[in-house]
Ligand binder design. Structure first.
Ligand SMILES: *Cc1c(COP(=O)(O)O)cnc(C)c1O
Length: 360
């Protein structure tokens, strides 16, 4: 068996322990004589998987009772649409534009009403989080929307915006379960699981109950939060195997000390990389220091050919998927929960050696 260090932004690496458990249960899940992939979603065995996954997620995130946990297909892009379709009663929504994902979400919302960018960091290639202490929020806004961690640019909201009483909706895809979060500060939190939680195929939406049930007329059944809330996310066949793996990741997180311990480990890992970048003669991180993400660390040499050479040599040395997003270039190391500290240390060693060879 030969595993590499996988710095992919998503689908991303999963805890090896989880993969091994899933492998061991592949042919016969707990005496059922079938794999989870082959099981009816109406069976008791699968209902137990769903129930435990939800319970463990509630424990981990301390989700208050007046929030529903919904497992929804279609990934992040379907949430870009579901949020406005379910919340935009006044047909006004405000968006903070901190990167491509927020921009796409805003564009999608504009299909259903007036979607306004109330702040943006596009003027400096999204390398910072705009000041959100006094946003020009519309009196009629149905919600304020942010993308919490900007996967492509490597920034994160370390502080939440002043919503002036409006409900906050946040895309937490790329920082999902990376540390504690006060759920009660949000109307909706949603995340595609393929970044930090599980295999592709599900977005988990954590929705305050009073925001459910007033979808815009014409909203398809499968795009109403109420459909998932009323059926325990079992209105139709869910992505059973993805949910099963997410459940295992939740158990892994609980066993390894929960989200506070995870946050500590993530801070340690990110520090190793940022400390190196800050003193490097060759590489630099383009993000404003106070807005740096703990999950996605971007870096450049300033020379496109040298960047490409680095990515190629890194891959040959067993550090894969370090190429930056196709729209920004450079490099990006996604160091999600499942990336061990050792992987980051070894990457820095490799970067040091590359710098020795290449820096003038
Ligand atoms: C990857 C990503 C998305 C898009 O997710 P899809 O499931 O591919 O639609 C949206 N938001 C964030 C923050 C992401 O990292």
């Amino acid at each position: 068996m030969s595993r590499v260090y996988n710095f992919s932004a998503g689908p991303a690496c999963l805890p090896e322990e989880v993969l091994k458990e899933a492998a061991a249960e592949m042919m016969d899940y707990k005496g059922t004589g079938t794999s989870v992939m082959e099981m009816s979603h109406r069976s008791k065995a699968f209902q137990d998987i769903m129930d435990e996954a939800e319970k463990d997620l509630r424990d981990l995130m301390n989700i208050p009772d007046n929030y529903k946990v919904l497992f929804i297909q279609g990934g992040g892009h379907v949430q870009f649409a579901m949020v406005p379709m379910n919340l935009m009663k006044n047909k006004v929504a405000d968006y903070v534009i901190t990167g491509q994902w927020a921009k796409k979400a805003c564009k999608e919302a504009a299909l259903y009403g007036e979607a306004k960018a109330v702040a943006s960091s596009e003027d400096e290639v999204f390398s910072y989080i705009p000041d959100c202490s006094d946003l020009p929020i519309d009196d009629n806004a149905d919600y304020l929307y942010i993308c919490m961690n900007n996967t492509i640019y490597g920034t994160v909201f370390h502080e939440l915006p002043n919503t002036k009483g409006k409900d906050l909706v946040a895309d937490i895809s790329s920082c999902f379960l990376s540390g504690p979060l006060d759920v009660s500060k949000f109307g909706i939190l949603w995340g595609g699981v393929q970044k930090n939680v599980g295999p592709a195929g599900v977005a988990i939406a954590i929705v305050r109950e009073d925001l459910i049930g007033e979808a815009l007329p014409g909203t398809p059944t499968m795009l109403k939060y109420s459909t998932y809330a009323e059926s325990g996310s079992l209105y139709n066949t869910p992505p059973c195997y993805t949910i099963y793996i997410c459940g295992k990741v939740f158990k892994w997180l609980k066993k390894t000390g929960g989200l506070e311990a995870m946050q500590k480990r993530n801070e340690e890992k990110a520090k190793i990389l940022y400390d190196f970048l800050d003193q490097s003669r060759l590489f630099r991180n383009p993000v404003r220091k106070q807005d740096r993400s703990l999950m996605n660390v971007t870096f450049v040499t300033g020379d496109k050919e040298l960047d490409a050479k680095f990515v190629k040599e890194a891959e040959a040395a067993g550090f894969i998927n370090l190429k930056g997003h196709r729209t920004v270039g450079g490099m990006r190391a996604s160091i999600y929960n499942a990336m061990p500290k050792e992987g980051v240390e070894k990457l820095v060693e490799f970067m040091k050696a590359f710098e020795e060879r290449e820096a003038k």
